[in-house]
Each structure stands twice: as structure tokens, then as C-alpha cells.
Design a protein around this ligand. Sequence first.
Ligand SMILES: Nc1ncnc2c1ncn2[C@@H]1O[C@H](COP(=O)(O)OP(=O)(O)OP(=O)(O)O)[C@@H](O)[C@H]1O
Ligand SMILES: [Mg+2]
Length: 381
Amino acid sequence: MALDLTELIDKLPPLKIPYLHSNETIGIDLGSSSIKIAQLKKAKEGNLELVRWAILPLSQPGEGEKVELNPEEKKAFAIQSLKSYRGSGKKIPKNACTAVAGTSIIVRYVKFPKIVPKEFIKNIKKEAESYIPFNIEEVYLTYFPLRNIQEDGKELTETVLVAAKKDFINQKIEILESSGFKASVVDIDAFALEAIYTLTQDKTPIEEIVLVSNIGHQKTNFVIIEKGVSVVVKDSPISGNSIEKLIMKNLLVDSKVAEKLKLAHGLMLNTEEKEAAGKEGQTVSDAILMTMKDFISETKKIIQYYATQAKDKKINRLLIAGGTSNIKNLANYLSAELNLPVEKLNPLKMISGAQAVPEDAQTTLSIALGLALRKSGDIKL
Ligand SMILES: Nc1ncnc2c1ncn2[C@@H]1O[C@H](COP(=O)(O)OP(=O)(O)OP(=O)(O)O)[C@@H](O)[C@H]1O
Ligand SMILES: [Mg+2]
């Protein structure tokens, strides 16, 4: 499924986004710890090739305590980084595809009476109002019709309804436009993950049901993808930052040291590893374990929710993505706790020219790569 909030922003006043005619696009994932960038092109053999990629950190490198930037400073820093990135290379496309997630976004699966797209768009505020817990005037709305069904003699359309707070979206657009890009697609993190997951599947049609968890710095995106279509979407604040906070508290260190320790150690699963890691390593491992206990209970809740919705259907595996999925031993640990096969998503599996991307960066680029698959105007509602 692909969504573009700008499709409707364009139709709903007051915001207009001028489209450029070039159809080259670049995926820009505006994360809280770094900006991820990816551009793809179709190679001669029809395969996809990685043209460029980057991870631009959103904190000052160097010695001293890591200063947490406030949202305004972070925005200015992001604009500065993106601007200098744009200035650093020729032929960097202007058209950027980005995505949003978190508490300013609502994704609902709703069965509406059979949808006639032109009519539905006209009345979308009225149709959506009862499903959206925000003031309808303060959100951008869009939808994606999944399929038409018959239920109790009625013709219905299973629909993904999305509402996103205008000020949140406008902030993201402002970052891109102040850096010289054009926001040509605004998608949802979960659907960008669906896009890149789908690309990694060599068997079509996709038969499996998979839970993808993109574990970032301030949030985790969960999406259940059933035969290639997202059916459950949820975000949670359990993430890399939760681990750092525990390390800070337990070892009485500042955030920069906590981050270094987190990156240096992983999860210790056996006595030998624990002994080799020493006291400090064990404290880090314990902080990871505590955070992962929360992650596991969140994951179980999502699996449980799906089980009540989709009787007889079973999630076949969990794919972890995002920077925090790089924690050593994480997949093995989660697999044992959840009693489910767990693997790290390799978003570059079907993309050539990706040899230069270091192992840890690969899965961090998942959303940016999903976005790099998008084109302005590729959805016709
Ligand atoms: N090898 C590693 N071990 C442990 N944590 C790691 C490793 N590599 C990266 N991380 C952590 O991953 C997080 C960054 O991941 P990511 O880039 O996916 O987040 P983000 O997109 O910036 O944040 P968000 O999406 O939550 O706004 C940081 O907390 C970072 O410390
Ligand atoms: Mg992220």
C-alpha cells in the first residue's frame, strides 16, 4: 500500500505543494537522531541500483557532554545538514519523499459503504470525523481503498484512513523546503517499511504474514504485513533512547557516555559473555534487557490484537529494522522470548551497488529506501 498525504493536501485548502516536473526523487527519512537519505535508479537489466545514500547525525560530534537540542534547534540543525548535503553533490534530485509517524498521526482501518473516490474525497472530513480523535480542522486526511467486500448484504470498502496533524506535517515540509528540496510525497513510516519489505521478497505473490518493527531512537514503528498489505500499524516510544536513559541512571553517566557504552556492548546472553564484558558491560546489557522486556510485552500485545482480529491467521516471523535493531544478540534473544523466528531486515537485498553500505547502516536505511521507491503522483485516488 502506498499513501501520499500531499495528494489530498493538494486538493484540500489551504496548503498547496507545487510539483516539479522531473520524476527523479530522493527518499529522506527525518529521524530524531539522524536524517537518512537514499536514492535509487532502475539499472539497464531492470534491477534497482543505489545511486546515493547518507546518514546525517543530528548532534554535534566531538568531545564533551552531548547537548540535547530543543525542537527548534534540532530543526535548524536538520536544515543546515540537509542544505550542506544538497550542496555537496551534483544531480541530487529536488523532489523529496518523506514519511511521518508517532502521536500526531492516526491510521484507522474502516469499512465504509462502497467508496466512489471522487465523492469520498469531497466528503472526507464528514466521513472521517467519527474515527479521528483530533479536531478535524487541524488534520490532513487521506485514505487508501484496500478492497470491496460484501458484508450482511451490504457493499463495503475496506479502507485505510489516515489523519495527520497539520502543524506536524508542515514542520517536516518546512525542513525540506528550507533546505532546497520539494516535498513531493509525504508517506507514513509503516507504509514505507511495507514498500521496502515487499521489494526484498523474491517470491510473489507474498504468502507470509510478517511483523516488522523499526526500532529507532525515540520510537518504534510496528506494522503487520499480511501477504504484502499492511493490516495493523502502531507506534511506540520504546526505543534506543529508553536504553540510554537507563544506562545514565544506573551508571551515573551523561548521555554521550551512555550512548558510547550502548554501542560498545550488546546483549549478553551467556555466562562467558557476561564475564568477558565486566561490570560495565553487564549494566549495559541489563539496561537493554529491561527495555526489551517492554518491547516484548508491546510486541505480544500487537500479536494478540491481530489474533483477535484475524482468526486462524498466524504471524510467521518478526523482522527487526532501524538503528536499534543492530544490538548484538537482539534477534536471538527476541526469537527465544517470543517463540517466533526473528531476523534483521536487509533492505538492500534486491538492490545493486550497495556493497559500500556498512552493515549497521543497512537496516537503519530501511525507511529512506522505502521512500526512494516512491514518485510524485504515483497514486491516483
Ligand atoms: N550497533 C548499535 N547498537 C545499539 N544501538 C545502535 C546501534 N547502532 C545504532 N544504534 C541506535 O539506533 C538509534 C538510531 O536509530 P534510527 O536511525 O533508526 O533512529 P531515528 O530514525 O533517528 O529515530 P526515530 O525514528 O525514533 O525518530 C540510536 O539510538 C542509536 O544509538
Ligand atoms: Mg526513524
